[in-house]
Ligand binder design. Structure first.
Ligand SMILES: O=C(O)CCC(=O)C(=O)O
Length: 274
């Protein structure tokens, strides 16, 4: 394992990950961490809504009910700390198979779409909005020492409780190891909802998943607002997702031990676990 890796997933968590492409880690974040992350994201949202620009943060909106904000680590210390979280980085490195760099940070704050007719929404158990994957089995994944690995891994933190009607992420378990076209997998899974899994979580739970797993934001059917924070990781020679480049001066101001995670400075001197 790379020098930063001290602990990994338990064998049961690793088996779950290898079979399904994800694992839910319960109650990883402390109540203080949840509060700080939640408040900083809500503050950024309200400032943006009042017309402030908060560079380098970028935003995408779907109507008035859904905002996505990206490139967050410079905005608040808690967001940086989440991106280099000592409980999570070793688990991500276990799946990537070596030292990682931050590839992106994004947060979504969303509610029920007020334009959506609620009874129609309720007619289906699952309401994925847009299934996608960021890499594909065969080129973005590999098997080493019998274990599944992926070169693009995310940790998704639920900062609010997410019950059955609160838009927990929808996943197609097992799709992380399929070479089928994304369209064919999605069509087949939507035709039989037993093939889908919708996360239910408490604030502080983490969804750890391979980006080769097909996944989607889910329509909210309750009146509850959902706040999530996502960090993506890759081996060190990969690039950040466009728009997620972090200012070199900001990186230089950070403690030396976390700089490589944000900068990817090891580049092709990637420290593999094997
Ligand atoms: O909103 C969600 O639950 C999923 C977010 C997502 O699809 C992603 O981070 O790639």
């Amino acid at each position: 394992m790379s020098k930063r890796t001290k602990v990994g997933l338990t064998s049961s968590q690793r088996l779950h990950f290898d079979i399904y492409g994800f694992v839910i880690l319960r109650q990883v974040l402390t109540s203080n961490e949840i509060k700080e992350l939640y408040q900083s994201l809500q503050l950024a949202k309200s400032m943006i809504e009042k017309g402030s620009k908060l560079p380098p943060i970028y935003t995408h909106r779907i109507g008035k009910h859904h905002i996505l904000m990206g490139n967050l680590v410079q905005y608040h210390r808690s967001l940086l700390e989440y991106a280099v979280h000592p409980k999570l980085i070793p688990l991500v490195e276990d799946i990537v198979g070596g030292e990682v760099r931050l590839e992106e940070t994004e947060a979504i704050i969303n509610r029920r779409d007020p334009e959506n007719n609620l009874p129609k929404v309720n007619s289906h158990r699952y309401q994925p909005i847009a299934f996608h994957r960021g890499t594909k089995h065969g080129w973005g994944t590999y098997i080493e020492q019998d274990k599944f690995h992926c070169v693009f891994v995310k940790t998704l933190a639920y900062l609010t409780d997410v019950g059955r009607d609160d838009g927990g992420t929808t996943l197609i378990p097992g799709s992380h190891r399929l070479t089928w076209s994304e369209k064919d997998v999605v069509e087949a899974a939507l035709a039989d909802e037993n093939l889908l899994y919708q996360v239910e979580a408490k604030a502080g739970d983490i969804l750890l998943f391979a980006e080769s797993l097909i996944h989607s934001t889910t329509a909210i059917r309750s009146e509850n607002e959902r706040t999530i924070l996502v960090a993506g990781y890759t081996p060190t020679m990969f690039q950040p997702w466009p728009g997620n480049e972090v200012d070199p001066e900001f990186i230089a101001s950070l403690p030396p031990e976390i700089q490589p995670i944000i900068s990817g400075s090891s580049s092709w001197h990637w420290q593999r676990n094997y």
